[in-house]
Design a protein around this ligand. Structure first.
Ligand code: ATP
Length: 461
């Protein structure tokens, strides 16, 4: 058995990345071998589940090669190993966002989640389907996901509060449930509560009517993790804001984790007390952007697979190219396609997709034309639509024009020369320059990013 394990480890070390090897294979221990049955132990449930789904097949193959016949390899949990202190962390954090490595437990890439229903889980209102495993990552959300993993691994330590913002249907709720799931898995006794801001407002009203603020406070101030979704709903609700302020102060002081989502970044939330806004911004604030093409394709392929359907790449690209606004819309489109193909007994081809999404595609095409972009951007910056085609170059006109060109490239199927033509016969290199400049500004400057968010949401209706 020892010889086998040495040979097997050496082989896997060659096949896997160093991170994978040290994260998943090194912690395994062969326990015993008898009558064609080999037992291998993992130190905790995450590693056990992950090894079973990702590496078991290969280990079984290597065992069969070594002993020259089929081996029954069983992977078991060895809780005694969980207490053995490992040397320093062997996995580098995925994204360095400014926390010292000593302070945090490194995120173990995506940790597989086996959800066990418990009373604590029910009380938490955490949706067990929304995990890191089922969350597709791309440029648009990688920073948010990395921050979420850091927080899930180190609640109350890394970023407190974690404030996630972005447009509708981009995965904010999914990501905060994923954090909740992970923390519950690590600590099934953690007192966690997910709540939508509207429900929190209703709870405040009920507490007010029943004169039950003491109980309200006792409950919220005693949580280990508070996840509050769509906090923009607190706007103008002064009593709710006051109660939330007390809860916020109590939880942060006790090093309990708070996670907040909103459709916009803290300073842009109107009708919110300044002292709350400054507190929202006191931890880490991260945006989730609309998914880029490749990510939309990956999401469609993954969700189709979850439904037991294989989408061809052509079909996935076609849908992803036409539906650009958010993941919820992609999910809706997928449901329509599946229903249509099942009902008509047809395979999923591009023609079938065109038919199934007829209404959705025609709305998209109608809504996002270059003319529409020019008008929306001109209105937004208070300039004339004619300035979009004119040769005038003062900054207050040149910049909105560049933004309109950028949006035309992002949101329509037009090529650079076609866009140039629609902007007063400009050369395609002018359009390219505008696209590059606005892309760079967007990544550096939150104000610019926010302006573009608002414009995109307006254009997408
Ligand atoms: N990256 C992703 N990978 C997989 N599924 C995703 C991803 N992003 C979003 N989704 C799915 O899209 C749907 C909408 O996401 P979610 O509800 O989290 O959006 P949201 O940003 O909270 O939107 P809203 O502001 O409208 O509440 C959910 O079903 C979610 O699981």
């Amino acid at each position: 058995m020892e010889n086998f394990w040495q040979a097997c480890s050496a082989q896997l070390e060659q096949e896997l990345t160093p991170q994978q090897f040290s994260a998943w294979i090194k912690p395994l221990t062969p326990i015993d071998y008898a009558e064609g049955k080999l037992r291998i132990a993992a130190p905790n449930r995450f590693k056990l589940d992950w090894v079973k789904t990702q590496f078991a097949g290969r280990i079984v193959e290597l065992a069969a090669q070594f002993w020259d016949h089929e081996i029954d390899v069983q992977f078991i949990l060895d809780p005694r190993l969980a207490n053995v202190k490992k040397p320093t962390q062997d996995i580098a954090p995925t994204v360095d966002i400014g926390v010292s490595p000593d302070e945090v437990r490194a995120p173990e890439e995506v940790r597989p989640t086996t959800i066990i229903e418990t009373p604590k889980r029910d009380q938490s209102r955490i949706n067990s389907a929304l995990t890191f495993d089922s969350f597709v990552t791309g440029k648009a959300n990688q920073l948010a996901r990395a921050a979420a993993i850091q927080v899930a691994n180190n609640p109350g330590v890394s970023y407190n509060p974690l404030f996630l913002y972005g447009g509708v249907g981009l995965g904010k709720t999914h990501l905060i449930h994923a954090i909740g799931n992970q923390i519950l898995l690590d600590n099934p006794n953690a007192k966690i509560r997910y709540i939508h801001a509207e429900q929190y407002v209703r709870d405040v009203v009920t507490a007010y009517q029943r004169k039950g603020f003491d109980e309200f406070k006792r409950y919220y101030h005693s949580l280990d993790l508070l996840l509050i979704d769509d906090i923009q709903f607190f706007a103008g609700k002064n009593r709710t804001q006051e109660e939330f302020f007390y809860a916020f102060e109590a939880l942060i002081a006790a090093k309990k984790q708070i996670i907040i989502t909103s459709d916009t970044y803290p300073k842009q939330i109107t009708g919110m007390d300044d002292r709350l806004i400054s507190r929202f911004d006191s931890g880490l604030t991260v945006a989730i952007e609309p998914p880029e093409l490749e990510m939309r394709v990956a999401i469609l392929l993954k969700k189709a697979k979850q439904e037991g359907v294989v989408f061809s790449d052509d079909v996935a690209f076609f849908v992803a190219k036409h539906l650009r606004s958010n993941v919820r819309e992609l999910e809706g489109a997928l449901r329509k396609i599946l229903a249509y193909s099942r009902f008509h007994g047809k395979d999923i081809t591009i023609d079938v997709v065109k038919e199934a999404l007829k209404d959705l595609l025609s709305v998209q095409n109608r809504q996002i034309s270059v003319e529409n972009i020019q008008k929306t951007v001109a209105d937004f910056f208070n300039i004339k639509v004619a300035d979009m085609y004119s040769k005038r170059r003062p900054a207050n006109i040149a910049r909105p024009r560049q933004i309109a060109m950028y949006l035309a490239k992002e949101l329509t199927q037009k090529s650079l020369p076609e866009i140039g033509e629609l902007f007063g016969g400009r050369d395609h290199t002018t359009v390219l320059h505008a696209v590059r400049k606005i892309t760079a500004d967007r990544s550096k400057n939150p104000e610019c990013n926010h302006e573009l968010h608002v414009l995109e949401q307006t254009l997408k209706g």
